[in-house]
Design a protein around this ligand. Sequence first.
Ligand SMILES: [Zn+2]
Length: 56
Amino acid sequence: MQPDQTPLSPGDEGPPDAPGVGEDLCSACHGTGTVEGKRCEICGGTGKVLQGIGGG
Ligand SMILES: [Zn+2]
């Protein structure tokens, strides 16, 4: 376990410091962090997901 490492959300495609990966609005909750009153499981309630840029 590394305390300085942020756990990835299920919708994340890679670590935030990885090349070619950037934050994007979660397509499941549209950035709200909740879906139908419940915490979004795709982004973990953050409203953001990490997606690969430029393919993939
Ligand atoms: Zn979400």
